[in-house]
Design a protein around this ligand. Sequence first.
Ligand code: IPM
Ligand code: MN
Length: 388
Amino acid sequence: GFKSFCITKTFSLSVGNAQGFKKIYLKGGIKMNYKIAVVAGDGIGPEVMEQNILVLNEIGKKFGHTFEYTHVLGGGCAIDKYGEPLPQETIDICKASDSVLLGAVGGWQWDNLPGDKRPERALLGLRGALGLYANLRPATLHDALKDACPLKPELVADGVDIMVVRELTGGMYFGEKGRKQTDMGEAAYDVEQYSEKEVERITRKAFEIARKRKKHVTNVDKQNVLESSRLWRKVVEEVAKDYPEVTLEHMLVDNCAMQLVKDPAQFDVVLTENMFGDILSDEASMVTGSIGMLASASLNDTKFGLYEPSGGSAPDIAGKGIANPIATILSAAMMLRFSFDLDKEADAIENAVAAVLKDGYRTIDIMSEGKEQIGTAQMGDKICEYIK
Ligand code: IPM
Ligand code: MN
């Protein structure tokens, strides 16, 4: 079974029959066998990942693919076993895979460790080592979940469908940091720095995505104060010239925080730097009912990607079987779509999630009156059932 997480282990699961493989192979020359590195991590990570794998296997069965999972350690569980959050072996196995699925990292046990020894280093280290500079976080309000949205119904009557495109390997997350003595006592700093090339590549991603959506990009920065934002905005304007069919709008980050709860329907693609994107994507997720719904893809310039829910490890509810696995499962759908070009398969997951919600099944975080509350495993089961 998939019960023993936090150990390095390879599972190989063959599904479908040889004939089926051959047929599809001849049809489109589509790759049938995918190697996936799994970093289940800490807290609710392993529980939601278990459901995620069951759902992926159901997809494999239905469409005739083989997903081969290699479980690797990252985060707090790696600290406990190896004394470091991101063992080299984990990086190597992720690099050798077609994609990475990540659950969540972190927890109170490791909260007092120094910055470079914390579980979060696993995530930041992987993003850096794999060059995953583009983080896509779709915040979509499901029709069925309008009740779970904390905003007044009239504000979301026309629906919400935002794609946050967050730069993920620059800014103050990765800038120079340190401590120094000043006449005001010890001081600490994290440098916010962006180069033209870094801004250009994330901007191109945002515009390319906007092209396939409502063709509207809101660039979010703080150019009235920050020099890095002034360079950022200049580059965005340059790149925008290559996409005349896409409308570009600029918004200061404080205003954006306000607009997201005042009129979320105005947004299509939101382009922003690392730290602003971290904060705004959490805010956008609440508009959709719960952070337990928010998937995320982290991409580089190849087909490779790391897919994870935007939420954290939620140690307060870990092990209780009540966590919402949907964000993780929708992240796997993003993997099928972006990394493997398996659109039909991704649709099947997304449609199953929508149908389960429509039929009134809810985990506790999105529960509302008159609905049926179910746990993590039951939610996974239901989604598998609907895929079948
Ligand atoms: C996220 C998380 C991470 C981040 C943490 C865990 C390092 O909050 O993916 O949004 O800040 O990027
Ligand atoms: Mn975050």
